[in-house]
Design a protein around this ligand. Structure first.
Ligand code: NI
Length: 223
């Protein structure tokens, strides 16, 4: 399931991240790709602790992100910049990633791209994801994000005008299996709907769905 998230970064946070990145040191992005992906990765990349923290905090505060991803750990975001002529060919992200600071490797269950440039300011640069139902291309508003299974082949189309700035990061989920995550997300969405329909009170249906949600999460989640 590919899920678009609106309002991840508010205008102030977006501006702060952009200002920070304007002074950041961007280097050849192929250095941080796996040996196979490096061949097709043509972009510039930077890290910045302050900007990374803002993006991580905003994501963790986003209710829909938490419900869909059930995040256990986030990898610190990398900031990528694609100028005219740059792109990232079809590739697979690494399954296990170093998390830094001596922490154990992070298992990348989900990938997240937070768009930082206004879509009208550049041409091309779509994130293209291959799924069981076909191929989908995404080019979202600045401050919006897409979360998608890291189990998919994907690419970033060549930028043909302007500059595409984005934050990319990976999530280790409490629930490793995508199908199980989707069941939990559906149940969670259904019980929220029941709650609202009943005037924000617990009905017997709400209680049963909540019980099922909690018990499946208990059965399927990993530490
Ligand atoms: Ni990738």
């Amino acid at each position: 399931m590919n899920l678009c998230l609106a309002g991840v970064l508010d205008a102030d946070t977006l501006q702060a991240v952009r200002t920070t990145l304007a002074g950041a040191d961007f280097a050849d992005g192929s250095r941080t790709a796996g040996w196979h992906a490096a061949k097709v990765k043509h972009n510039l990349q930077a890290t910045d602790d302050g900007a990374a923290q803002r993006v991580q905090q905003a994501l963790m505060a986003h209710e829909l992100f938490r419900a869909a991803a059930l995040p256990a750990r986030l990898r610190a975001p990398l900031f990528s910049r694609y100028t005219t002529g740059m792109g990232y060919g079809r590739h697979m992200d690494d399954a296990l990633m170093t998390a830094g600071g001596g922490a154990s490797a992070l298992r990348a269950d989900l990938a997240v791209t937070v768009f930082l440039s206004e879509p009208a300011s550049y041409d091309g640069g779509e994130l293209v994801i291959e799924g069981p139902g076909g191929t989908s291309a995404y080019k979202l508003e600045a401050g919006q994000a897409i979360v998608y299974p890291a189990t998919t082949l994907h690419r970033v189309a060549d930028v043909t005008r302007g500059e595409r700035l984005a934050a990319v990061l990976w999530v280790q989920s409490l629930v490793r299996d995508a199908a199980r995550r989707e069941v939990l997300f559906d149940l969670d969405t259904a019980r929220r709907g029941l709650w609202d329909k009943a005037g924000q009170t617990a009905t017997s249906e709400f209680d049963l769905v909540t019980k099922t949600y909690a018990n499946l999460l208990r059965a399927w989640s990993e530490p």
